[in-house]
Design a protein around this ligand. Structure first.
Ligand code: B1M
Length: 234
């Protein structure tokens, strides 16, 4: 039952107990334990998307609630985020497994003033898994960084992420700049992040707001197909 550190062995837990445990371990920022639990789920035949959603994303949701309520603070949340990333890195190659030709190219980044990147990373991984080539330009991106990346990589889609009500308006700065430079029509612009909604997406001039990574994939596929069909029709 015990391992070298005198902790109990995660493998002795059944699936439901292990899910509870990984939520606790995420909450407590215990990266090695979260990584081990992720591996155990996979060994037990869980699909990577189920491990991601039931174990990691749900655990992070609980962290978010207690962060909001002042029970957890930035240092603890950083540790939780780090633990989450440990699990995500194990899942990354599995989520991104695809032998097919890229179905499109995406540049994605978190907007200026915002350093949240877990959701963005997840969206990037899921897009890769769906066959997109993804260029991730990281966090805290001013409009110039987006423009440089668009110029350099010539993607089909620009994805922007914002997790703060104070940073989400920056998406409009980026989209307005694209309009000023007559570049807006060249790209499908998708936006996402917890505080956004459909209305906001429309208000800033994005093509779509994506509630989560799965919706981002569906939307990216649908809008690329529509754009290509329209181009063929001309
Ligand atoms: Co911050 N934080 N945080 N934080 N943080 C939130 C966002 C907050 C809601 C917490 C709360 O109060 N409940 C709150 C924002 C409140 C608001 O603006 N209304 C908040 C705050 C206030 C802050 C600070 C200001 C705290 C402080 O310093 N006092 C500070 C700001 C720093 C900054 O950015 N300048 C801050 C800092 C941090 C940490 C650094 C500690 C850490 C980030 C670590 C990291 O990302 N590397 C952190 C975290 C982890 C969170 C919470 C707890 C979790 C976010 C997360 O990773 N969720 C968050 C609470 C919450 O959201 N419940 C919170 C999991 C992730 C899978 O979901 O990111 O929503 P999400 O992504 C989803 C969708 O939104 C969507 O798909 C993803 C996957 O399904 N999506 C996209 C996201 N981006 C997309 C892009 C797309 C498409 C879909 O493009 C096409």
């Amino acid at each position: 039952m015990s391992d070298a550190e005198g902790e109990f062995d995660l493998r002795t837990l059944d699936d439901a107990e292990l899910v509870e445990q990984v939520h606790d371990d995420l909450y407590n920022g215990m990266k090695p334990e979260v990584e081990l639990a992720t591996r155990i789920f996979l060994e037990r035949g869980w699909g990577p998307d189920k491990v991601l959603n039931d174990a990691l994303v749900e655990g992070m949701r609980v962290v978010g609630v207690d962060f909001r309520d002042g029970i957890l603070f930035v240092p603890e949340v950083l540790l939780a985020a780090n633990a989450m990333k440990g699990g995500m890195e194990i899942l990354r190659p599995l989520l991104a497994e695809t032998g097919a030709e890229p179905i499109g190219k995406v540049v994605i980044g978190t907007v200026k003033g915002d350093i949240h990147d877990i959701g963005k990373n997840l969206v990037g991984m899921m897009l890769e898994g769906a066959g997109f080539e993804v260029i991730d330009i990281g966090i805290n991106n001013p409009v110039e960084k987006y423009l440089d990346a668009l110029e350099q990589h010539k993607p089909d889609i620009l994805g922007m992420s914002a997790l703060l009500t104070t940073t989400m308006p920056y998406m409009k700065v980026v989209i307005d700049t694209l309009k000023q430079k007559n570049l807006r029509e060249k790209y499908i612009v998708l936006v996402g992040g917890a505080p956004l909604n459909d209305e906001f997406g429309k208000a800033v001039g994005a093509d779509a707001y994506c509630r989560d990574a799965a919706v981002a994939v569906e939307t990216a596929k649908a809008l690329i197909a529509a754009k290509r069909a329209a181009a063929r029709a001309h």
